[in-house]
Design a protein around this ligand. Sequence first.
Ligand code: PMP
Length: 435
Amino acid sequence: MNTYEMSISRLQAAKEHLAGGVASSLRASMKPTPLYAESAKGAHIRDVDGNEYIDYLLAYGPLILGHAHDGLTENVIQAMRNGYTFGLQHDGEIKLANLLAEVLPCAEKVALSGSGTEAVMLALRLSRAFTGKTKIVRFHGHYHGWSDSIFTSFPSSDMSQKASTGEAAKIPPGTFGQSENSLEDIIILPWNDPKALEETLRKHCHEIAAVITEPVMCNSGCIQPLPGYLEQMRKLTEELHIVMIMDEVITGFRLSLGGAHGRFGILPDLVIIGKAMGGGIAISAVAGKAEIMKLVDDGKVSHLGTLNGNCVSTAAAIATITQLSANNGAVYNQMEELFVELAEGIRLLLGKHRIPGIVNQIGPVFHMMFTDALEVNDFDTFNKRDSAKYTHFAELMLEEGVLLRPNGLWYISTAHQKSDIEATLHAIDRALIHL
Ligand code: PMP
């Protein structure tokens, strides 16, 4: 039996001066307790109680090269010896911008920020400035960071049905402290619903500045777009002078070197990348069409941030992208093969233990859930999953030496080996007995 005493007492100590005891609210939900890390390398992490885990949480996505990657660490240290941040321009910014323009199909120009949330803010601002319109269409079950202008609790499908018929529906704020009015410019729609999209965009095109979408609904079940859906979105937005924003904070540098838009062959106007881009060091970007990004060149749209483009973050992103690009991005096939094996293995084990569940996978990311549904292709079905059972499963998996995100989303890194996958399947086999 693992013990978590040190983590529990650290959390008590942290609560004295650290708000919430954790640095990001979501982390408080881990059971039996938020864990304190001691050290990590590659695909493995150790907590302060000495428990060791194969890591599929991967810091909620960024660690695409695994923990403490030698090449990335070297690059960052080398950059730091020369200064961490200048508030002046430096060659790392040019090198990174050129690299992004080379690997991301949509990137004619890029702007660098520190987090996904900030990059979303810039993309929305650019869209409004470019079109002269104010409303933003977003989708039920997607997440675009925690800024007041877009953060919602996941509303009921009833609300999105109303919105899809053009009826105004007041969207509830996502948190106490968020102004009741902050979401007035948001129209929320069900995703993967071509009819709702077309009707709403045509009806409200005179006031809609942008449609923002995750290309795969990674934040709610790793649900893929219906064939033709993103293409339809591209066509309609083009026709109606609406900016199409793909939020690739999860999928960027994960689904392929060119993100989801590269993998699917769709060119949105703006793409937001974060997480995996820096391999675990804070950096994000908006990449997109020059005619829109030009608003920053002209000084019409303000893009600010004291630490934007700092030497540590640019060195980390350059190192990460260089590693991922080696041998024509061969690591993507390697990660995908391992994750297909793992997802397939989990499905077999669920069958063996007669536990109804689904694994929705695309490349190096999947969502595992316990549900009676035969497939999970929409947000409502996703919402009916047994999330308490999954949280319990994630807790059992800790005992078996596997660290999972409590909500069911799994990530893999280039550091994971076949032996990790095999050990994980054995661990799942043991854990499912107790479920
Ligand atoms: N967009 C998406 C699709 C995300 O998944 C996230 C974070 N999970 C964000 C934006 C916000 O990114 P950050 O946490 O870096 O602010």
